[in-house]
Design a protein around this ligand. Structure first.
Ligand code: AMP
Ligand code: MG
Length: 375
């Protein structure tokens, strides 16, 4: 990989920035850009050479397909050979927004973009700079997250610069993103829509529009060798360099059903909940003391409410336990901070409350290589 490309970095609001990005894309170049979920690394989706460059820049396995970003709904009909009614209903309800839809692809979509699959993943982002760039380029933009493969997805332009400077043509700086975790992916090629990756748009929100929705079995069975249907979900992701372990109170585990979340949310302030939080903190503090004695550097990932319970040199505050939005927005930045600190062992609370609990725990468990201690 040539790491000596002169990467142009421009603020989205800077005069000429978006048009420069559009021209770069039209020439087959690579542009990192902000979306409402995470930063994407874009290239012309219908140009196999441009798509191939994305894989090289990220060090991404070539069987891990890209999401095609569009700015107008009609583009779906250019890219997909069949668009079922339920897919149209979801597009109308959630686009532009953090929902990716899998449909059978038309021949014009090269296999370099779809990781060799006959299906294509499509999404319309809601970030104004992303929409403007796609429109001005008059292209469909293939874009995975703009990180080196295996690292946490970037949620600020600095994260992108750290991973991609010298490897890509341009970075559009739009500041910190809003949501902070990747889009929900729904496979619309079967009779019943199936969630392949949880995200901001929950199962309940989808079912509200199209009725029954299933979830890929590899997401719900914790110890399983079931192959995930979204190829990217099988790779180690988001992992800090140190060993991350989640410490969770056994009885606090929420079901994947979001309806349970309101209940535990209300419970948060109770005496019972306080005792549970103390037992998690006690376990984490014991683990930290042990590792410190062995000469290791440690870090804790905790909610703002619980931070004071820990005795550690590095306490990283993920957000407020009762607000999944605040945790999603900070999670990847905090996982990167663990690397900056050089933490050898990292212990995290579980964050399974609220609407985003499912999506957050999906990413956190991956980052932890599924290592969980129940207390
Ligand atoms: P990223 O944007 O880096 O999170 O990567 C895109 C994600 O979308 C990966 O996890 C892919 O496996 C998934 N994806 C893209 N296209 C498809 C497809 N045709 N079928 C299933 N999953 C897909
Ligand atoms: Mg990614």
């Amino acid at each position: 990989m040539n790491e000596n490309i002169n990467t142009i970095i421009m603020n989205c609001d800077e005069k000429g920035a978006i048009s420069k990005a559009a021209v770069t894309l039209r020439k087959g170049g690579l542009v990192a850009f902000p979306t409402e979920t995470v930063y994407g690394l874009g290239a012309d989706a219908l140009n196999p050479e441009a798509s191939t460059k994305i894989y090289a820049a990220k060090g991404r396995p070539s069987d891990n397909p890209l999401i095609v970003h569009i700015a107008d709904t009609y583009a779906v009909f250019k890219l997909a050979s069949h668009v079922p009614k339920k897919a149209v209903m979801l597009m109308e309800a959630f686009w532009p927004g953090p929902l990716t839809i899998i449909l059978p692809k038309k021949d014009i979509v090269p296999r370099e973009t779809t990781g060799g699959l006959d299906t294509v993943a499509i999404r319309m982002p809601s970030h104004p700079a992303a929409l403007d760039m796609i429109r001005q380029s008059q292209l469909y933009i293939a874009a995975p997250s703009a990180n080196i493969s295996g690292r946490p997805s970037p949620t600020t332009a600095d994260h992108v610069i750290n991973d991609m400077k010298g490897r890509i043509d341009m970075i559009l700086d739009g500041g910190a993103v809003g949501i902070g975790i990747e889009s929900t992916i729904v496979d619309m090629t079967g009779d019943v829509p199936m969630i392949l990756r949880p995200g901001f748009i929950t199962k309940a929100m989808l079912e509200n529009i199209v009725g029954a929705v299933t979830v890929d079995k590899s997401l719900t069975d914790s110890i399983s060798d079931i192959k995930p249907k979204a190829p990217g979900m099988k790779y180690t992701h988001y992992a800090p360099k140190g060993e991350l372990t989640i410490v969770e109170a056994a009885e606090e585990t929420d079901t994947p059903d979001n309806s349970a979340s309101e209940h535990s949310h209300q419970n948060h302030g109770s005496a019972h909940s306080y005792i549970t939080r103390l037992s998690v903190a006690k376990k984490i503090n014991a683990l930290i003391a042990e590792k410190k004695q062995q000469g290791f550097k440690t870090a804790v990932i905790a909610s703002a409410e619980n931070a004071h319970l820990y005795n550690c040199e590095n306490i990283l505050i993920a957000g407020e336990a009762a607000s999944g939005e605040t945790i999603a927005a900070k999670l990847y930045g905090i996982l990167r901070e663990c690397d900056d600190i050089g933490a050898d062992y990292i212990y995290s609370e579980a964050f399974n409350r609220g609407k985003l609990g499912n999506a957050i725990m999906n990413r956190l468990l991956k980052a932890a290589g599924q290592r969980v201690i129940k207390v």
